[in-house]
Design a protein around this ligand. Structure first.
Ligand code: RBF
Length: 161
């Protein structure tokens, strides 16, 4: 395992069998976001989340993760939301605008909303760097997004007790 990879053991995760998750996935760079989604679903299943306890919704691009997550939260059917997107810098200034907008809005939803919204936006300079983090040499970040969601629901439930 690489030193940049977050170290956790899926078996150490809280039991997720009573938890409900929403996953909002961007279609841009689908070969990356699809692999991240698979990684996230694998960990949720391993931690005990039921098939019907996970709602997967697709949006066109990473910028739409903002609305996608906000609306999903508003329906009140899930305990945490995982956003999944991939923005590759290339030579476009859009990179910075999209990354900044999504980052700020997901942060705001975490403080103003009622449920944790996990920031699953890969922001890389090259496609290869994204592939490395989507099941390649640096593991699958989707697994970490899911593990984080499980831990944050557990955190919220601990406070409610
Ligand atoms: N969406 C992504 O998820 N990843 C990208 O790398 C990405 N690059 C974009 C580059 C340009 C020049 C534009 C116009 C849009 C890009 N988008 C990307 C789409 C964006 O997130 C959003 O779907 C659109 O801007 C419509 O709101």
């Amino acid at each position: 395992m690489s030193s940049t990879t977050h170290s956790y053991r899926p078996t150490d995760l809280p039991d997720a069998s009573e938890m409900r998750f929403g996953i909002v996935v961007a279609e841009w760079n689908q070969h990356i976001t699809g692999a991240l989604l698979e990684g996230a679903l694998r960990i949720l299943r391993q931690a005990g989340a039921g098939e019907h306890a996970v709602t997967v919704m697709h949006v066109p691009g990473s910028f739409e993760l903002i609305y996608g997550a906000a609306e999903l939260a508003r329906h009140g059917l899930v305990d945490a939301i995982i956003t999944i997107g991939c923005v590759i810098r290339g030579d476009t200034p859009h990179f910075d605008y999209i990354c900044q907008g999504v980052t700020q809005e997901i942060a705001r939803q975490n403080t103003e909303g009622k449920i944790p919204v996990i920031f699953g936006l890969l922001t890389t300079n090259t496609e290869q760097q994204a592939l490395d983090r989507a099941g390649g040499t640096l593991g699958n970040k989707g697994e970490e997004f899911a593990a984080t969601a499980i831990k944050m629901v557990n955190y919220a439930w601990q406070l409610q007790k």
